[in-house]
Design a protein around this ligand. Structure first.
Ligand SMILES: Cc1cc2nc3c(=O)[nH]c(=O)nc-3n(C[C@H](O)[C@H](O)[C@H](O)COP(=O)(O)OP(=O)(O)OC[C@H]3O[C@@H](n4cnc5c(N)ncnc54)[C@H](O)[C@@H]3O)c2cc1C
Length: 416
């Protein structure tokens, strides 16, 4: 069903609740945890037609949108007004803002602006039995009791259907300054990040790619390698601000110092926007690598920064020893301790389970999270216990039972 209004969503859920009919909620269908995939007997509720940008407060820097507006549509509408919504991710053209809230999306600017949660002022949510909960707060400060919006952010549609959002904007940066750094080791990348945080106030993005990923990504896009030699890792660093010349000279000075200190082996500041775009294409090329790796596993885990380098070494050794002949590519949002691993092909389902257990258990051992930003859905449900305690999982069940007693919304996702 493709409702046009919140009232229609409410009537649909009322009917489903009465009939005990399970509902699969769909946004832009870019989610990576399988939450929006319908299962047998489920009615599919898509938010695609709730697609209007309702209100822009260009004085206060807030906006009210319906859940089916895509991230790209919002950005395109805001930039002529001098505002920006700070979230950014590779699926921007298709993902919905409602889906971004339901998954608490992260992306490439979390280091500076936080995850989706930090940009949400309020939500309108329809509960399982059809009750409309209007919490479209537009003020920054509101401590009138607990903030109920947070119940629904990151709940992946298991507690309610998000129909409208009130969002906080930031002034549109007038310029960006990008550079690609070649690094000898993970330790050097972590040190570069620490120093960049201290010395570059406009630092917005710090993405890392291990050499295997970087090389395959450039090849798959038929791009010339930016550096002739291979290096252990590459960091894509971006500053956003208002003063291009000032930012560039700050960045050049910083890179020079890092080079003298032996932290950096090489660095490239693109001369043109198109060169900068190519660097971003390499970072966002994961989907170009996927076809040759199917059936693959895409991991999205969080680990303490101090453990990340060793974890990648251990996983590489284990995977190469136990699963020779596969590809294993590491990359991620280093500034947020978020590591992505793309590995495959695994035509054998048993082997796939073995790899998942191996990786998730290793992440659990260092106190990391089995889902940094893409959620649990159905894909990661069997491993939730590695990141959350029994008491936490029990509380998730209690909330589900309270808000959705018949279990109709995204049944069987996150918890049973
Ligand atoms: C190329 C690519 C790059 C990506 N990069 C990132 C990244 O950097 N960071 C990141 O966090 N994610 C990333 N993702 C994953 C994905 O884009 C996000 O999880 C996104 O927030 C999902 O939004 P969606 O509208 O597509 O949701 P869907 O895929 O439709 O749904 C995702 C989940 O949210 C629920 N849901 C959707 N809409 C609603 C709603 N209105 N109310 C209640 N529940 C709802 C669904 O039932 C499902 O459980 C990427 C995906 C791709 C394909």
């Amino acid at each position: 069903l493709l409702p046009h209004t919140t009232a229609e969503v409410s009537r649909i859920l009322q009917a489903c609740h009465q009939a005990g009919l399970p509902v699969a909620i769909q946004g832009g269908l870019t989610g990576l945890a399988g939450g929006a995939n319908p299962r047998g007997g489920e009615l599919v509720l898509s938010l695609a037609r709730l697609s209007s940008i309702e209100e822009i407060d260009s004085l206060g820097g807030t906006v009210v949108v319906q859940a089916g507006v895509t991230l790209q549509q919002l950005q395109d509408r805001l930039s002529p007004l001098g505002w920006q919504f700070p979230l950014d991710l590779g699926a921007r053209a298709s993902c919905h803002l409602g889906g971004n809230a339901a998954t608490n999306a992260g992306g490439t600017r979390v280091l500076r602006f936080g995850m989706m949660r930090e940009s949400i002022l309020g939500l309108e949510v329809v509960l399982a039995a059809g009750t409309i909960l209007t919490m479209l707060n537009q003020v920054i400060k509101n401590n009138a009791g607990p903030n109920l919006n947070h119940l629904f952010i990151g709940a992946e549609g298991t507690l309610g259907v998000i129909t409208r959002l009130s969002l906080k904007l930031v002034p549109l940066p007038q310029s960006s300054c990008t550079c690609l750094c070649a690094l000898p080791s993970f330790q050097a990348a972590a040190t570069l990040l620490r120093e960049a945080r201290r010395h570059l106030p406009a630092l917005t993005t710090f993405e890392v790619m291990w050499d295997g990923y970087f090389t395959r990504a450039a090849e798959s896009l038929s791009l010339r390698r930016p550096f002739a030699e291979h290096h252990a890792l590459y960091a894509l660093v971006e500053l956003l601000g208002m003063d291009e010349a000032g930012m560039r000279s700050e960045l050049e000075g910083f890179l020079g110092k890092m080079m003298d200190a032996g932290i950096l082996q090489d660095a490239l500041i693109p001369d043109s926007l198109s060169q900068a775009k190519h660097l971003w294409e390499i970072r966002e090329a994961a989907s170009e690598l996927m076809p040759g790796m199917r059936p693959f596993i895409a991991f999205d885990v969080s680990v303490p920064l101090s453990d990340m380098g060793t974890l990648v070494e251990q996983l590489t050794a284990l995977l190469e020893c136990n699963h020779a002949g596969k590809q294993h590519h590491f990359f991620g949002h280093l500034g947020d301790g978020n590591l992505h691993l793309l590995t495959g092909p695994y035509p054998d389902a048993r082997q796939m389970d073995e790899v998942k257990r191996l990786v998730y258990e290793a992440v659990g051992r260092v106190g990391g999270s089995i889902s940094a930003e893409t959620g649990i859905g159905s894909a990661k449900k069997p491993y939730l216990y590695l990141s959350r305690s029994p008491a936490e999982i029990e509380l998730m069940r209690t909330l589900k039972l309270t808000l959705d007693p018949k279990g109709i919304l995204n049944r069987g996702r996150i918890v049973d």
